[in-house]
Design a protein around this ligand. Sequence first.
Ligand code: SAM
Length: 218
Amino acid sequence: MAHKFIDNYREKGARKKLVEILKDRHIEDEHVLAAIGKVPRHYFFDETFWNQAYKDIAFPIGDGQTISQPYTVAYQSQLLHIKPGDKVLEIGTGSGYQSCILLELGAKVYTIERQENLYNRTKKVLPHMGYHPEFFCGDGSKGIPEHAPYDKIIVTAGAPVIPEVLLKQLKVGGILVIPVGDEKTQKMVTVLKVSETDYEKIVLDTFRFVPLVGDQAW
Ligand code: SAM
């Protein structure tokens, strides 16, 4: 797929409308809405499909890959309560769109993808767009212990259970956001690490993610 990095009035206008759609769906965090309003989502699409880029839908973008639905990205981002400078681990790089949103929120992003072709592609595309997370290829269900601890961890694939290792890699006061359930549907779960041994868990809405495949997952 040939990426074309031109942000025309039509795409800018469509992006503003997307922000309004997300507001109507109760995404209220102004910083998250501003980030969605800034990241050119159409850069992840072939030009033929630019008219699909600002619909609130997931979309196949080649290499057997799907870019997440904007609502889902905004929903998870909002739950992370990112503060500028936060060290964030993202598990499931995929297209890299979620990474761009986290970077716009001021996070330092470590992102890991298990599929080598996706890792290679996203590692190449994002810097062209001006986004520079730290890219890793491997099984993110084990986290990235070498760079732990993290202020926040976001898992963008559905897990059968919360991997214990991820909780270990969180700082005290840190937040994990992870979809947990079976292969078909998952509940969004947030976990606040209150102390080295205590956690507060909140179970939220239902989503459909591709499975988290790995040692500590499916
Ligand atoms: N965050 C992505 C975006 O913004 O486009 C969407 C991610 S997609 C829904 C889920 C990704 O998680 C897939 O690319 C999949 O290959 C990856 N994945 C699944 N299990 C993984 C694992 N154990 N470690 C790292 N990545 C994994």
